[in-house]
Design a protein around this ligand. Sequence first.
Ligand code: PLP
Length: 411
Amino acid sequence: MALINENYLKLPGSYLFSEIARRVEAYKNANPEANIIRLGIGDVTKPLPEAVINGLHTAVDEMADEKTFKGYGPEQGYDFLLEKIVAFDFKTRGVDLATDEIFVSDGSKSDTANFQEIFSQNTKIAITDPVYPVYVDSNVMAGRSGTLGADGKWSDMVYIPCTAENAFVPQLPTEKVDLIYLCFPNNPTGTTITKTELKKWVDYAKANQAIILYDAAYEAYIQEEDVAHSIYEIDGAKEVAIEFRSFSKNAGFTGTRCSYVVVPKQVMGYTEAGDPIEINKLWNRRHCTKFNGVPYIIQKGAEAVYTEAGQAQIKALVEYYMTNAKMIREGVASTGIEVFGGVNAPYIWLKTPAGMDSWSFFDKLLTEVNIVGTPGVGFGPSGEGYFRLTAFGSKENTEEAIRRITTEFKL
Ligand code: PLP
């Protein structure tokens, strides 16, 4: 009998986005003339930068010629891309990495979901709350969650609340944890922490032989000085942190797919007997066995991000979205609603007014001004009473949405 992994049955259905779609559909059916603006999606809307398009075209032509055609490539990524990553994303920030500490992949979603696989079933997981749901669900599938309580929390996971009460700064856990997921700039809250706060986590990990899984998918959006672009800017982090980076949000690769993971050789996991094992070696084994590498054509497109033109073009893209973020932040704040995030991130996190819950606020925004956002509770129990808007829409739609919120919205 083919027994299934019953941990999959524990997962509640993907309620959040299907419920949003259901409510929007019902409203549209009842109000076919409504011009609905979607500020809920976490997907970019601008096309790929010209430099990337040129890189892709050249690579396509190479594949058409026997002399330059490429078959299977190195699973970890081609040297031409690894060298650019090391030089541009790290060396410029005073971080020395070797190319064999970088693993190119098809997305930070798969990387952050897969990485838990090389750790023991008994690993104690800590997540900030609210959170990007992939970290939680992948550990549920792996059997590390326990049961889901009525409070929306998995019994075996440690939740670290990030709310207005603690200024969205996660506090160290009071119980011992082994794997810590941190994401800065944060999805969904759009907030960041200072280097001093991040250092506390690095010190905690060192003291507890724990590992930090650091998701820096929104690194390109950082504007403020005291926010680390890479966790390796923090002393000691190369001994305890894995970093996830993506071309999705800085260069518009959400449909093109390219990312990478940094696994420094000093990072150790331990056997039951207490012997240290290089995480880099385990991840390399896993990656080469289960992944065939990102297509040559796509890696050439990613390489073009590091050309002079590419760098200027991705900077312009980020500026475009950040102008939207500023407009949303200032516009919403002018109505008296409390807003967070949106300074170093394309996400704006609102405190729902008058104690309204996340879904009631969703309905109010949809029906009064025809704007769709994302209820905060969908990202974890501490998201209740909050709401996420994103800056990834067009400038025109964002302007219109803010005009409606500031002139027609009644609190
Ligand atoms: N990590 C976070 C925090 C995200 O919000 C997202 C996408 O929304 C991802 C990772 C996924 O990135 P990728 O497109 O590289 O899979």
